[in-house]
Design a protein around this ligand. Structure first.
Ligand SMILES: *[C@@H]1O[C@H](CO)[C@@H](O)[C@H](O)[C@H]1NC(C)=O
Ligand SMILES: *[C@@H]1O[C@H](CO)[C@@H](O)[C@H](O)[C@H]1NC(C)=O
Ligand SMILES: *[C@@H]1O[C@H](CO)[C@@H](O)[C@H](O)[C@H]1NC(C)=O
Ligand SMILES: *[C@@H]1O[C@H](CO)[C@@H](O)[C@H](O)[C@H]1NC(C)=O
Ligand SMILES: *[C@@H]1O[C@H](CO)[C@@H](O)[C@H](O)[C@H]1NC(C)=O
Ligand SMILES: *[C@@H]1O[C@H](CO)[C@@H](O)[C@H](O)[C@H]1NC(C)=O
Ligand SMILES: *[C@@H]1O[C@H](CO)[C@@H](O)[C@H](O)[C@H]1NC(C)=O
Ligand SMILES: *[C@@H]1O[C@H](CO)[C@@H](O)[C@H](O)[C@H]1NC(C)=O
Ligand SMILES: *[C@@H]1O[C@H](CO)[C@@H](O)[C@H](O)[C@H]1NC(C)=O
Length: 449
């Protein structure tokens, strides 16, 4: 008897806990409203998709009553559908304006990315005024500036990126009303009509933006000072736009900046060193800007940088010893710059290194010991003036190492045998050095770039 009471109390407690913690799995998902279910089935039947490849739509069916548990569907506490995630479903449209979507008036999240709609952006979407997240990237939509989007004033995240289908916006006016917007992705959308006015548009309409992704948007420079108003920016991707300008120093004032990616932007002038020292910065990509000069400054303790890519720029001078302060550094790509002096031996303390590209510089020193960087997979030190002999402390035991290129340097001495026994190694280039006692297979190893 007592046992049973205890049992009952336990159950009651669990139930109470579920209520308090608002555990949706327990309550909500079992509650599938009939009208929402039939709307979902109506949507399904209005869409053309490849049922052999679909992982979500194809499995929605009348036989299962719990429509809120269907893949790609989420409901609120009352059973209203609030999220539809139908990305990567190979949908090739069907009903032209997706009118079946219109009826989901509670929808807050809609993801139709990576489908093959091949129609204009469906008008129905503009009536979903509760949307906070809209992802139509690479969905196959085409057309003009979606002015109607300005009705979706609750949007927080908007992704209209397009890699495959041309999409051209004459203006960015559709962002005017989107005061809640924090993340904007327009990669690949042609907004060349904006020239360099994109900065003013963004800073006046979206002062609180945190993510700005405009890769390959055909926008021009200079990067206007007005952009400095966007002080909450944490991610800036402007790669592949011919900005033909200098990098503004004010990027260093964005105190939450984690990623700055400006590759292939035709940048010029000197890169502001102070940006390297932004405490929150994790990724800096300035590669493929042949006119961009700069120096790598000293790094403070506890720097957050994980990726630094400066390849194909005019960066010159030394690689500072304080590079070892970047304890999380995993990718350092410096190939084809104008760096000189020693590769600092302090690099032996960078235990998170995965990728090192130092080729085509003027480094003159021995090679640092990488034995403690046991995640290292790629190492290219070719075309420098590196000297010295290879010892076990260089690479012995590095089980992840796939690629080593030491070609075209001044290395000498006897090649240690372990280097031929690295378990993951697939490519080894050693040619044009001064090694002695070359092993018989050496010829095979001498086909460098
Ligand atoms: C649903 O049930 C019907 C009959 O009740 C059956 O013919 C059909 O194959 C079922 N569909 C699925 C997808 O299980
Ligand atoms: C949009 O969806 C695609 C495909 O699922 C995803 O890769 C991308 O990160 C999404 N964009 C945003 C902003 O969430
Ligand atoms: C912006 O929102 C207001 C009120 O919500 C609306 O009257 C106006 O038409 C919207 N502007 C645009 C450009 O849609
Ligand atoms: C931006 O953020 C500030 C401070 O957090 C807030 O006062 C302001 O209303 C926000 N502006 C918009 C357009 O959301
Ligand atoms: C930085 O991010 C934190 C945490 O997200 C936030 O509280 C703070 O307001 C942000 N500050 C700026 C200047 O963006
Ligand atoms: C680095 O971080 C550690 C732990 O987060 C902290 O104790 C230390 O004071 C920091 N050092 C500097 C120079 O910021
Ligand atoms: C390094 O990475 C770890 C794990 O991701 C993180 O906790 C730590 O804060 C990072 N350190 C710095 C200095 O960013
Ligand atoms: C390369 O760097 C050296 C000094 O380190 C400098 O004298 C030279 O002008 C630089 N070359 C180019 C092309 O920037
Ligand atoms: C590596 O770090 C250790 C401990 O912090 C330090 O004693 C040593 O001198 C460093 N090695 C190099 C080459 O800087």
């Amino acid at each position: 008897m007592k046992m049973r009471t205890l049992h009952f109390l336990c159950l009651l407690l669990i139930l109470l806990f579920q209520i308090l913690s608002g555990n949706e799995i327990f309550f909500v998902s079992s509650k599938c409203l009939d009208d929402q279910k039939s709307l979902l089935l109506q949507l399904k039947s209005s869409l053309q998709y490849d049922s052999s490849l679909s992982t979500k739509l194809a499995r929605w069916n009348d036989n299962t009553s719990e429509c809120c548990k269907w893949d790609g569907v989420k409901c609120d506490l009352y059973g209203h559908v609030i999220a539809l995630e139908l990305d990567n479903e190979l949908i090739s449209c069907g009903v032209e304006d997706l009118s079946a979507l219109l009826s989901f008036e509670y929808l807050e999240k809609l993801n139709l990315a990576y489908n093959r709609f091949d129609v204009g952006i469906p008008v129905g979407i503009y009536n979903l005024v509760n949307l906070k997240y809209l992802n139509l990237s690479n969905a196959g939509f085409f057309g003009q500036s979606p002015m109607m989007l300005s009705r979706l004033t609750r949007l927080v995240i908007l992704d209209l990126s397009t890699l495959f289908q041309p999409l051209k916006f004459e203006s960015l006016d559709f962002i005017k009303n989107l005061t809640e917007l924090r993340e904007l992705y327009l990669d690949g959308v042609d907004i060349s009509a904006q020239r360099n006015e994109w900065c003013q548009s963004l800073s006046s309409y979206l002062p609180n933006l945190t993510v700005l992704s405009l890769r390959g948007c055909q926008v021009s420079g200079p990067i206007d000072d007005s952009l400095s108003n966007l002080r909450f920016l944490s991610v800036i991707y402007l790669d592949q736009n011919s900005l033909s300008t200098t990098v503004p120093q004010y990027f260093a004032k964005f105190s939450n900046l984690t990623s700055l990616s400006l590759s292939s932007c035709n940048l010029r002038g000197a890169f502001p060193e102070i940006i390297f020292r932004v405490q929150s910065l994790e990724m800096l990509d300035l590669s493929n800007n042949k006119m961009l000069s700069g120096r790598i400054p000293n790094f403070p303790k506890n720097g957050s940088l994980r990726t630094i890519s400066l390849s194909n720029t005019k960066f010159s001078g030394l690689l500072p010893e304080s590079i070892s302060n970047l304890q999380n550094l995993s990718k350092l790509e410096l190939s084809n710059c104008n760096l000189s002096g020693p590769i600092p031996s302090t690099m032996e303390n960078l235990t998170n290194l995965v990728y090192l590209g130092f080729s085509l510089n003027h480094f003159t020193s021995s090679i640092p010991y990488f034995q403690r960087s046991n995640k290292l997979t790629y190492l290219d030190l070719s075309y420098n003036s590196l000297t010295g002999v290879l010892s076990p402390a260089h690479f012995e035991g590095l089980s992840e190492l796939v690629y080593i290129n030491l070609g075209n340097n001044l290395l000498n001495g006897i090649l240690p045998a372990y280097i031929f026994e690295l378990p993951s190694l697939q490519k080894l280039f050693l040619c044009n050095n001064e090694f002695v006692g070359q092993p018989p297979i050496f010829d095979d190893l001498c086909y460098g770039p």
